[in-house]
Design a binder for this molecule. Structure first.
Ligand code: UDP
Length: 309
């Protein structure tokens, strides 16, 4: 049985990966310090013989017994609200945490996959964003703690590849949504669904003309799995190029929940990227992957899940 160390395995994306990979017959060692993840996300897996949970902060030395075939490094706060609340932890998990996770992969002869982010492109001046774009990041702005920690994480991952010959993969994950996002996560989709479901004002920051491209979590997980099993060693965008403005998203969610909510415009977050859309040509060509789930279908599944909470 192939064994995987999955850091951040109790988080939103991590827990979907935990379920998916446990279902594929891998042995999962799920490591999380639960600052933004939750044991509820993995409660259905805890009794499985091929799943172990270890509560641990990966910025501290990681000690895992037995062999490992993969180290998947998904630990990090990922919502702007969270990384503003935990700026130092965010910087540490991307830097010290990535270093430790790479060290375990080296020691065990395992392949390494880094969960990176579209935030490495910052507020992009190239649109859509291909992997070859270097980005436009304000190092000292409020988002810099996340953006720079992930940029460092990519740099050290590539250094381990070039210097130590470690087999590495880097997924640049664009906005992802679906069940298991926290209600108070602060990100647009859970926030809008919760507000609309309770007929509360739907808070759109700025004039809502900024764009995002939202990928349903099962599509994302399939993309990560394809990347894991590929021979690629350079960053790959994984996301859905179906781009829309935030005001359009707000209206769509109000309509889909048959809500009486009105849109309330609030101050735009500092350094909020004006546009974001992945160029996924590389993933299509080299991973033979592309997303399937349409926004309406993904939103409906998310709304149903939030209703059941
Ligand atoms: N946003 C918003 N209202 C909210 C939460 C988010 O208008 O209550 C906007 C935010 O300004 C950004 C977009 O929605 O332009 C996506 O924000 P999110 O926090 O989901 O992730 P980001 O892509 O900024 O990391």
């Amino acid at each position: 049985m192939k064994r995987i160390l999955l850091t951040g395995g109790a988080g939103f994306i991590g827990s979907h990966l935990s379920s998916f990979l446990a279902g594929k017959g891998f042995h999962i060692i799920c490591m999380d310090n639960l600052i933004t993840g939750s044991k509820d996300n993995i409660s259905h897996l805890l009794k499985k013989s091929n799943f172990e949970f270890i509560r641990h902060d990966v910025t501290k030395y990681i000690d895992v017994s037995g062999k490992l075939d993969f180290v998947l490094h998904f630990a990090s706060p990922a919502s702007p609200v969270d990384y503003l609340k935990f700026p130092i932890q965010t910087l540490k998990v991307g830097s010290l945490g990535t270093h430790n996770a790479l060290g375990v992969a080296m020691a065990k002869g395992a392949k390494f996959l880094l969960a990176s982010t579209s935030e490495v492109y910052g507020d992009p001046t190239v649109h859509p964003q291909p992997e070859s774009y270097w980005g436009n990041v304000n190092t000292i702005g409020p988002r810099g703690v996340y953006d720079e920690s992930k940029r460092f994480a990519e740099a050290i991952t590539m250094a381990y590849h070039h210097y130590h010959g470690l087999d590495v993969k880097i997924a640049r994950i664009f906005n992802t949504y679906g069940p298991k996002m926290r209600k108070k996560d602060g990100r647009a989709i859970p926030e809008f669904i919760e507000q609309a479901m309770h007929d509360q004002p739907v808070t759109v920051f700025g004039d809502g003309s900024q764009t995002r491209s939202f990928c349903y979590v099962t599509d994302l997980v399939n993309g990560i799995y394809s990347l894991m099993n590929s021979g690629m060693n350079t960053p790959v965008n994984i996301g859905n190029p179906d781009e829309m403005s935030i005001i359009e998203l707000a209206h769509k969610i109000i309509e889909m929940t048959a809500s009486r909510s009105e849109v309330e415009f609030k101050e735009l977050r500092v350094d909020d990227p004006k546009t974001r859309c992945p160029d996924i040509s590389l993933a299509k060509k080299d991973l033979n992957w592309h997303p399937f789930v349409k926004l309406e279908d993904g939103l409906q599944m998310s709304i149903d899940w939030f209703k059941g909470k």
